[in-house]
Design a protein around this ligand. Structure first.
Ligand code: ZN
Ligand code: ZN
Length: 409
C-alpha cells in the first residue's frame, strides 16, 4: 500500500496538506482541483462547516450524510449506531436506519472501499444504505442524488427513495465500529453515484490488499430473504478477519484441502423476523452444511460443553446453533469454487457423518467401528470419488460445470 490515501488530493491523488477554507475537510492540491470538485462539493460544504461536533447527542452517534428524496441537497445528520452485545459475535455497532428508510423494505448496503474514478483504495469503509426494493416499491426519485448526477452529463442509475451513508472503521466485510464521515468521503460517495453501472469497473465490494476467491454458504435467512444461492462465490480480501480469527475443518484438513472458515454476523432484517412464513418453520440462522463441515475428527478432543466443545463426531456448539451464513477460503489461498464447497459439505454430511455416527454407537447393537478406521476413510481418494459422484449428479440435471477438482487448481 502506498502513502495514506487520506493525505491525497481528492481529485487527482497528489499528496497535499491543503484543505477547503470553509469546511476544513476536503483536501485539494491546487485551486484547479478545488474548482473541479466545486459543483458537487458546494452542495454540502457550508452545511458541513456549520455542523458542530459538539452537538453530538451521545457517543453512539456518528456524523452521517443523508440523501433526502425531496430536497435538492444532501444533509449532514447524526446517526444512532447502537452498540449490540451478542454472545456469539461480540460487540458491534448497528446503524439505526429503519426510521429513515422505513422498516417495510430490506436494506441494501453496498460498501465503498475503493474509488474507481480515483483508482485508489480507501483506508476505511463507507456504507451506503437504501431500500433494496426502491425500483419496484413505489419509491420516488431521489432529488438530492439527481442534484449530484446533474453536475455531469451522462446516463445514471435510477436512484430512488431515501439513502444514507455512514462510515465504518477499517476494511473487510464486518467491521464493528462506526465512524464519522467527512467531505473527502462525500467525494467518494459522489463518485460512487456517478460511476455506478456506467462502465465495467465494479464500484463496490472492492478493497485494497490481495483478494482471493472464497465461498459464502448462505443460511436460510440469506437464501429466503435475499434470494442468495446456497453456495455463493465471493471475493475475500486479505484483510478479512477470517485470516485472524478463523476456524478450520478437521475433515478438510485430513483430505489435504485445509480451509479457514468464519461465521458472518446475522442480517438484522431476517434476524428480527424469525417467525416469517418464508422460513417454513426453520430458523433463518439455519445452516446445516456449515455445521457438518465442522464435525470433529480429533480422537483426542475432550467433551467440554462449557467451552462449547462436544468432542469426537460432533461440531462445536458455535457451529450447531444460530450459525448464520459462513465464509470459507482455502488456507493455501488458491481459488475455491462454490462446487468445491458443495462437494466438501456433501462429503462431510453424506459420507463421513454416518461413519462418525457409527463410531459413537448410533448403530447399536452393532459394535461401534474404531476411530482409527474412521480416520483412515477420511482421505483424498474417498473425497475424489465423492467429487465425481457430484459431477455425475450435475450432468444428470443437465449442468456441466467446468471446475477442475480442488486438487488440480
Ligand atoms: Zn489535485
Ligand atoms: Zn468545503
Amino acid at each position: 500500500m502506498s502513502a495514506d490515501a487520506s493525505e491525497s488530493c481528492i481529485i487527482c491523488n497528489k499528496s497535499t496538506t491543503r484543505l477547503c477554507n470553509r469546511c476544513k475537510s476536503a483536501r485539494y492540491c491546487s485551486t484547479t482541483c478545488q474548482h473541479a470538485d466545486w459543483p458537487t462539493h458546494k452542495l454540502l460544504c457550508s452545511t458541513f462547516s456549520t455542523f458542530g461536533t459538539s452537538s453530538r447527542p451521545t457517543n453512539e452517534h456518528v456524523r452521517a450524510i443523508f440523501f433526502p428524496v425531496d430536497d435538492k441537497k444532501p444533509k449532514v445528520i447524526w446517526l444512532h449506531c447502537k452498540w449490540q452485545d451478542d454472545d456469539d459475535y461480540g460487540r458491534y455497532q448497528l446503524a439505526q436506519v429503519d426510521s429513515i428508510l422505513g422498516s417495510d423494505a430490506p436494506v441494501g448496503y453496498p460498501y465503498i472501499q475503493y474509488n474507481p474514478v480515483l483508482k485508489r483504495g480507501l483506508s476505511d469503509t463507507i456504507c451506503v444504505c437504501y431500500r433494496d426494493t426502491f425500483l419496484i416499491d413505489g419509491s420516488k426519485l431521489n432529488k438530492s442524488i439527481a442534484g449530484i448526477t446533474a453536475t455531469k452529463p451522462g446516463q445514471y442509475h435510477d436512484w430512488r427513495g431515501p439513502i444514507i451513508a455512514y462510515g465504518k472503521v477499517g476494511l473487510g466485510i464486518d467491521q464493528t465500529n462506526c465512524k464519522d464521515l467527512n467531505m473527502n468521503d462525500f467525494r467518494h460517495i459522489t463518485d460512487y453515484f456517478l460511476s455506478y453501472n456506467t462502465n465495467h469497473t465494479p464500484a463496490i465490494q472492492q478493497s485494497i490488499g490481495i483478494k482471493m476467491e472464497g465461498v459464502k454458504i448462505n443460511c436460510v435467512g440469506d437464501q429466503k430473504i435475499f434470494n442468495k444461492p446456497y453456495f455463493e462465490p465471493i471475493e475475500v480480501s486479505s484483510v478479512d478477519p477470517i485470516f485472524s480469527e478463523q476456524d478450520s475443518s478437521d475433515i478438510a484438513e485430513r483430505i489435504g484441502l485445509p480451509i479457514f472458515t468464519r461465521r458472518c454476523p446475522p442480517n438484522p432484517i431476517w434476524a428480527k423476523d424469525q417467525d416469517d412464513k418464508v422460513f417454513e418453520r426453520q430458523s433463518p440462522f439455519n445452516n446445516q452444511d456449515a455445521g457438518f463441515l465442522h464435525l470433529c475428527c480429533d480422537p483426542k478432543a475432550i467433551y467440554d460443553p462449557r467451552s462449547g466443545i462436544l468432542g469426537w463426531g460432533w461440531a462445536s456448539q458455535k457451529w450447531q446453533n444460530n450459525v448464520g451464513s459462513a465464509i470459507v477460503v482455502r488456507q493455501d489461498k488458491k481459488p475455491l469454487s462454490p462446487l468445491h464447497v458443495e462437494a466438501l459439505c456433501k462429503y462431510c454430511y453424506e459420507e463421513i457423518r454416518p461413519l462418525l455416527a457409527h463410531s459413537i454407537g448410533e448403530y447399536a447393537p452393532e459394535e461401534p467401528m474404531s476411530k482409527d478406521v474412521v480416520l483412515a476413510m477420511i482421505c483424498r481418494p474417498t473425497f475424489i470419488i465423492k467429487w465425481y459422484k457430484l459431477l455425475d449428479e450435475k450432468h444428470e440435471k443437465g449442468e456441466f460445470p467446468e471446475d477442475p477438482a480442488p486438487y488440480d487448481v
